[in-house]
Design a binder for this molecule. Structure first.
Ligand code: AP5
Length: 227
């Protein structure tokens, strides 16, 4: 089913530690189902680049691999969710990350009579995440994500999607910051697995395989959860 035939806008959440493949898979789901990917990491990086008040407050926290305050993140997400394109349905990538954020999301969705179709947990081994993150780069023009080993562009240095040669690496993609991000994930975000299990919307998939196999598994879950 595509977004046009869904009765209520779908709300899907991707859970998983840094490097689990949330962004990679969210972009594929966006293309396949016509949904909108909402990455709070991308929204925060845009705020940092634009030097907004929220961006100034978030910059050092992100560089340290810690979580930005719930207040800032919920405000950013609320503004983005209110934009018209989100009526197509959304894939939340990197939000919520605390039980406070999860409660705020429930309240926001309740205002428009919406609920969560599925919270999908990407199960991975922490040890592999440093390799995934340290090889990551992204097209600075269209945002397509790549990996030195696991998802290299067809022509080295050139984006498969838009032809740009403006490739970027993230400032927080170093071993030390990844270690902090993994600690933050286990302490503050992993409890959301139980949170969504208790609400009967949790789905889990093995996310240690290849990108296309995981995409197929995810697509089957999304089809079922939005039917
Ligand atoms: P954010 O941007 O959300 O980063 P993250 O959660 O740390 O996740 P990543 O983007 O690192 O990983 P991913 O799961 O998307 O993996 P990807 O698909 O790129 O957050 C950054 C910071 O912002 C946070 O640390 C925090 O400070 C702040 N923040 C954001 N949201 C917040 C919130 N809600 N509350 C508070 N603070 C917040 O894949 C990684 C690499 O692996 C890529 O190169 C990819 O090509 C490759 N890859 C993907 N899948 C596979 C596979 N199956 N096999 C092999 N390689 C693969």
């Amino acid at each position: 089913m595509d977004a046009a035939t869904m009765t209520k806008p779908a709300v899907l959440i991707l859970l998983g530690p840094p490097g689990a493949g949330k962004g990679t898979q969210a972009r594929m789901l966006e293309e396949k189902f016509g949904l909108v990917q909402l990455s709070t990491g991308d929204l925060l990086r845009a705020a940092v680049a634009a030097s907004t008040e929220a961006g100034k407050a978030a910059k050092a926290v992100m560089e340290a691999g810690k979580l930005v305050s719930d207040e800032i993140v919920v405000n950013i997400l609320r503004d983005r969710l209110a934009q018209p394109d989100c009526a197509r349905g959304v894939i939340l990538d990197g939000f919520p990350r605390t039980t406070v954020q999860a409660g705020a999301l429930d309240a926001l969705l309740a205002e428009s009579g919406q609920g969560i179709n599925a919270a999908i947990n990407l199960e991975v081994d922490d040890a592999a995440m440093v390799t995934r993150i340290s090889g990551r780069f992204t097209c600075g023009d269209c945002g397509e994500g790549y990996h030195d080993t696991f998802k290299a562009p067809v022509v080295a240095g050139t984006c498969d999607k838009c032809g740009s040669t403006n490739m970027k690496r993230r400032a927080d993609d170093n071993a030390e910051t990844v270690a902090s991000r993994l600690v933050a994930y286990h302490e503050q975000t992993a409890p959301l697995i139980a949170y969504y299990k208790a609400r009967d919307v949790l789905k889990s998939i093995d996310a240690m395989g290849d990108i296309d196999t995981i995409a197929a598994d995810l697509a089957a879950i999304v089809k079922q959860a939005t039917a």
